[in-house]
Design a binder for this molecule. Structure first.
Ligand code: GLU
Length: 509
């Protein structure tokens, strides 16, 4: 009896706590806020990915918000490239896209509110005024900051001056008496900054052209964003944004600032030193899965040694607690290694689908594929599967298989091999002997194990080193310094083409 009551009690607690979790989960809302001023950048993917992982892990929602207030630099093409690029990588969202450029009225309303309440004011200082102010500060060895010269201009006075044609921007009035702003960053812990260090900053060029720090606060509030996860380059904006939240009397979201992505030399990731466009990586044959895997580990890791993760596994394992504070170095070699692992683990039919578009652009391969058939193509792909580090290497590794024998002429200089004691003459002689033996092997026995038996028998009979026969045959068949092994090549080419290639090689030597 006692026991049963206990169980019921436990079940109730469980039920209640689940209900609480459900309510809290539905309140978790994140945003993808790309500025469509360029094609999808790997830094954007890393930020969106961390937002995605956090949202999925906690059952939250994500809003796609295109931050296109910079009318000159934003284009629909970039927006499309960013959104389709993210989707292709499996990073999806639940609401939007919402375009900031379509929300001007909302921003104007809130700007007016701040102007009227005195939290913002019109500033008439010209560029020259500001430059003069700065050089005076420099002379006094003071840090450059806006002096607050126009703070005393009243709203009415400002309206009159503007009606008379004077130009003004809108500045936020930083309340110096507010003192320390402290926020608890979910990655970096407590971050503290004194309002004295923040000068009155510009929040809009005019009533219809608001700027980043202002629109982002209005939007994050309006869209009920609970967590802002973004790059560390924004950390100095956060106290400014907190002040704007406070001016409106709104609660600010939680903040998490992700470590910067760095070049190998520890400078900030740049186009000059690294490829930064996602399209460039994908067209170079990096798999979306590998890119996601790699970017997830660019600033985050698990407590164990695991390095290969699917997106699903990442969702399960991700936590902001294990995001590092220090910059994350972009290690291209590691990406290549991961890509190789992902390729090797992929079933052959999947690899075939993935290389399709790359192969179809190669004339020799496309023609050869038609001529020698689909089965041959699949067999060749299976031979290079292990060695492939990126999809774009496939054509170079496959091409020799598809050259018709009438155009085939291996370079005679490839045959000599010092260590194996093979010179051109030996190569020629060994190929002639092998040719006779192989000609005698019936078609139905033309498979790797029979070929091995046959050639090893020949090696023994001739009392030569393995390499003295196997090396010339491999070069004769591939015309390449590196290729899959002799027996694999012989089997895949089949008897007729193998003998034709050996014959061609003999006459070239
Ligand atoms: N549009 C901004 C950017 O791309 C968003 C910054 C933020 O997350 O607040 O950097």
């Amino acid at each position: 009896m006692n026991m049963r009551r206990k169980t019921k009690h436990f079940a109730e607690i469980l039920y209640t706590s689940q209900a609480i979790i459900r309510i809290t989960m539905s309140d978790i809302r994140l945003r993808f806020p790309p500025s469509p001023t360029g094609n999808l950048h790997i830094g954007t993917v890393r930020t969106c990915l961390y937002n995605y992982l956090f949202a999925k892990k906690h059952g939250g929602k994500i809003i796609m918000r295109l931050e296109d207030t910079d009318k000159q630099r934003s284009t629909d093409e970039y927006a499309e490239n960013i959104m389709s690029g993210l989707k292709n990588l499996g990073i999806t969202w639940d609401e939007g896209p919402i375009r900031q450029s379509e929300r001007t009225k909302i921003y104007t309303k809130y700007l007016q509110e701040l102007l009227q309440s005195g939290h913002a004011y019109y500033c008439f200082c010209t560029a020259e005024d500001l430059a003069k102010e700065r050089s005076e500060q420099e002379a006094k060895k003071l840090p450059p900051r806006y002096s607050g010269k126009c703070r005393s201009v009243t709203f009415q006075e400002a309206e009159k001056r503007m009606a008379d044609g004077e130009k003004a921007v809108i500045r936020f009035r930083v309340p110096e008496e507010r003192g320390d702003i402290i926020f608890s960053d979910l990655v970096r812990g407590d971050v503290q900054i004194h309002t004295k260090e923040i000068a009155d900053f510009v929040i809009a060029k005019n009533l219809t052209s608001p700027l980043y720090n202002f629109v982002v606060v209005v939007d994050d509030f309006d869209m009920k964003i609970s967590h802002v996860i973004r790059g560390e380059d924004h950390i100095s904006n956060t106290p400014k944004q907190i002040l704007i939240y406070e001016a409106f009397g709104w609660k600010s979201p939680e903040f998490a600032h992700l470590p910067l992505i760095l070049n190998q030399d520890k400078s900030k990731l740049s186009k000059r030193k690294n490829k930064v466009s996602v399209d460039d990586y994908l067209s170079d044959g990096i798999l979306p899965e590998a890119l996601i895997n790699f970017l997830a580990l660019l600033g985050w890791n698990t407590s164990d040694e695991q390095e290969i993760f699917t997106l699903k596994e990442l969702v399960k394992k991700f936590s902001l607690n294990r995001v590092q504070k220090g910059g994350a170095i972009f290690d291209f070699e590691r990406l290549m290694w991961m890509n190789g692992v992902w390729i090797r683990e992929m079933p052959l039919h999947e690899l075939k689908n993935r290389v399709e578009s790359i192969i179809s652009k190669d004339v020799v391969l496309s023609e050869g594929r038609k001529k020698y058939g689909e089965e041959f193509f699949t067999n060749t792909l299976s031979l290079i599967h292990e060695r492939l580090k990126k999809l774009s290497e496939a054509p170079d590794l496959l091409r020799f298989f598809f050259i018709p024998e009438k155009n085939y002429s291996p370079d005679p200089e490839l045959f000599p091999h010092k260590k194996m004691k093979v010179d051109k003459e030996t190569a020629k002689r060994m190929l002639q002997i092998s040719m006779q033996t192989l000609e005698a092997l019936p078609e139905e026995k033309w498979n790797q194990s029979e070929l091995e038996i046959t050639l090893f028998h020949l090696i023994k009979e001739q009392d030569v080193k393995n390499g003295q026969i196997l090396w010339p045959i491999r070069v004769a068949l591939s015309g390449e310094k590196f290729s899959p092994g002799t027996f694999e090549l012989l089997e895949v080419f089949g008897k007729k083409r193998s003998l034709q290639r050996i014959e061609k090689s003999i006459s070239s030597l």
